[in-house]
Design a protein around this ligand. Structure first.
Ligand SMILES: Nc1nc2c(ncn2[C@@H]2O[C@H](COP(=O)(O)OP(=O)(O)O)[C@@H](O)[C@H]2O)c(=O)[nH]1
Ligand SMILES: [Mg+2]
Length: 441
């Protein structure tokens, strides 16, 4: 029994039109009580023109799209009421639906039902949220490929190989007396693991690139005071966002800016110059700089082209474990530039070499944008788990452990594979995922 749920699918603001959605077993029954036409006889989907009414009182003139399950997004009987976009009207329509037996939908409940009825797998469902939150054209592309089921297909070869191996082992264990079946020997398992660990590695590598395209990356600009960090932020953003002066310690708090290079969202963070300081406020800023540096995906470490001193060496120590681009700023005051370092001049907006280096470091080519990739953090985490299990299986197999012991680990890996798309029917996980969605989606 799927209760009929109702929610506003559009933004809760005044606009030309708004959409109120209903879905559930009693959807048509409830709609019939509040609409001037009978929608219960439709075959697949039909558009109606009519009036929403509260008893005998007309609430609004609307267009109503009715979908007979399974020909709907959720697979249930559904309706979308396109009404005039006034909060007074859409709230009233929701109120009337509630009065007639519907209940308010929770966040992501429509998508969750589509998943429960097998219309979408979890990878597709997760992509809906990603699609809504996409901040760049390329990010949208990746999420759309996932929604269309292209990404889920990447799992199929692994699932098939593992399924075949498991059933072969089962047959060997259950029917040892049969001579004409293929033997599940250690070599077969070794071959399976070698092939599929490498396949998973390629999925993870592409997934991480996809994740960068989808979610963007964070870059912290660090260095000692006055080397031109804020000027670099401004030059990259092409606006005067951070205050620039020749007074050391001008930037005290993190200044953020968003930039899109090659379709990738880059979250830039200008930080307070790192140095020994007795000033309490500046000291807090410096602490924040170091924290930001540690959390970012990539660091731009800035030095002055003319002087490199002990303080700079400290900065180099701080970034030694991070993926770092070292730049020498103020190249305009330099007579001879060699090719061994990255020279830029934020003052003259001469920062192309830095932009090129950022793109190079991201390791992205056009190819990454046009192929599906498992770019979701949850899904990537599961792939890492599966890889770990298979690596253990490989060690056990090479040590010639009994096959029935190895079998239980392979089964564990298989369950993880199913959990990628939600075929393991772990509804708690699904619930957690859908709770992050908006109401009405
Ligand atoms: N000549 C020259 N001066 C620069 C350049 N970039 C920044 N400056 C100057 O250096 C001083 C400090 O710059 P700022 O961006 O505030 O440095 P921050 O403390 O590292 O954020 C200012 O007076 C800037 O005008 C550059 O490329 N060339
Ligand atoms: Mg600054």
């Amino acid at each position: 029994m799927f209760e009929t749920i109702v929610a506003l699918a559009t933004a809760p603001i005044k606009s030309a039109l708004s959409i109120v959605r209903l879905s559930g077993d009693d959807c048509f029954f409830i709609v019939n009580k509040m609409f001037t036409k009978d929608i219960s006889k439709i075959e697949k989907s039909t558009i109606f023109y009519g009036y929403i009414k509260d008893g005998d009182i007309i609430v609004d003139e609307v267009i109503l799209l009715a979908y007979k399950g399974p020909h709907s997004f959720t697979s249930e009987d559904s309706a979308e009421i396109i009404c005039h976009g006034s909060p007074l009207i859409f709230n009233k329509i929701i109120e009337v639906a509630l009065k007639n037996g519907a209940r308010l939908a929770t966040g992501g409940e429509y998508s969750s039902r589509a998943y429960m009825h097998g219309k979408l797998d979890l990878i597709q469902a997760e992509s809906i949220n990603d699609l809504i939150n996409a901040e760049s054209e390329e990010s949208k592309k990746i999420s759309l490929m996932a929604l269309r089921g292209e990404t889920s297909k990447l799992i199929l070869p692994l699932k098939k190989d593992l399924g075949d191996l498991l059933s072969l082992i089962e047959v060997n264990i259950d029917y040892p007396e049969y001579l004409d079946i293929e033997i599940a020997n250690h070599q077969k398992i070794i071959d399976f693991c070698t092939k599929n660990i490498s396949y998973i590695n390629s999925l993870i590598e592409n997934g991480n690139k996809g994740r960068i395209i989808k979610d963007g990356i964070s870059i912290a600009i660090v260095g000692k005071p006055n080397v031109g960090k804020s000027s670099i932020l401004n030059a990259l953003l092409n606006e005067d966002k951070a205050i620039v002066t020749n007074i050391k310690g001008t930037t005290r708090d993190i200044v953020e800016g968003k930039l899109i290079i090659n379709g990738i969202v880059i979250n830039l963070f200008d930080t307070a110059g790192i140095r020994e300081s007795d000033d309490i406020v500046e000291g807090i800023g410096i602490k924040k700089s170091v924290e930001k540096l540690e959390k970012s995906d990539l660091v731009i470490a800035v030095f002055d082209s003319l002087n490199f001193d002990e303080e700079d060496k400290e900065i180099l120590k701080l970034v030694k474990n991070k993926d770092t681009i070292v730049v020498f700023n103020k190249s305009d005051i330099l007579e001879n530039k060699d090719n061994t370092h990255l020279f830029i001049s934020a003052l003259n907006k001469d920062i192309e070499p830095l932009k090129e280096e950022i793109i190079k470091r991201l390791g992205l080519s056009k190819k990454n944008y046009d192929n599906p990739s498992i770019a979701n953090t949850r899904e990537l985490g599961i792939l890492e788990n599966i890889k770990e299990i298979l690596e253990n299986v490989l060690i056990d197999t090479k040590n010639e452990l009994p096959i029935d012991l190895i079998n239980s680990k392979l089964k564990e890996a298989y369950l993880k594979v199913l959990s990628l798309t939600g075929e393991d029917n772990d509804f708690d996980i699904a619930k957690e995922i859908f709770s992050r969605f908006c109401v009405g989606k």
